[in-house]
Design a protein around this ligand. Sequence first.
Ligand code: AVJ
Length: 319
Amino acid sequence: MNVPLFALDDRMLADREDFRRAVLTGLGRVPRAIPAKYLYDARGSALFDEICDLPEYYPTRTEAAILRECADEIARLAGPGCALVEYGSGSSVKTRILLDAMRDLHAYVPIDISREHLDATAARLRKDYPGLRVDPVTGDYMQLASLPPAIDGGRRIGFFPGSTIGNLMPEEAVQFLRRARRVLRGDGALVLGVDLRKDPKRLHDAYNDSAGVTARFTLNLLRRMNRELDATFDLSAFSHDAFYNEAEGRIEIYARSLRYQSVRVAGQRFAFTKGERIHTEYSYKYDEAGIAALADQGGFAIQALWKDPDDLFAVALLR
Ligand code: AVJ
């Protein structure tokens, strides 16, 4: 997978242009909003890894514990000779739990927008799982419509962990599932991690950690605009604002302006009133009925569902 240097540069320029467009559109909108995927530049990804280790942020370790319990059953239900297709090649910890259980996998296909991230993941897995065919696909999994023909042969098992589906609006989540249904084909299945509705205090704390890492994660988006779009955000003049909207069943996250200020972004001026917000994330929480409804609208049904003893998180096998 040797890519000539000029191609890498072209890709970086294209990414930069894509970010610029999304930001100018998002800041011009009322209310202002920037898509959550832009939180994950190199620094944002490192901060998210830190979030996963926070005492208040239960999803990552809870999901891993559930997967350790149910991986053998998933492997059994999936059957032999499958290809494992991971949407976002994120935490390799969870991937490895499934890879260890699905011993006779035909191929592992991680999908990610970051080629650097993908190549690093692929290299590590090839080393640790000799004989496993690793076929990375670079791209936005929301757009992905087909997979490399090389993985043809076995049944396709999708893996979408971390409750990343919660970042999508419910109608986008359905759209994602419909697309996954086509990509994974009629005999395929999807292993889906979903954060559950629960005590609002518990949810609030998970997005308002005492060490302030989640705040840095949100404000890093402003820093990214400063660095990549020649913006003039004063990070000390914005705060991280995250709360649980119980009626909507979602965490809402914003960067909030602490005073009136005028900011330049990619050559344009934006005035923020005191208290004005830039929306950065929704994190939807579902109950079991909600997961079933989502699956149904997406062309799937729940074949099996596992939870931790405290009902914090669910791993569903969708067929
Ligand atoms: C990666 C979208 C699952 O919503 O919990 C964590 C992102 N943002 N803390 C989540 C996130 C702030 C995370 N997801």
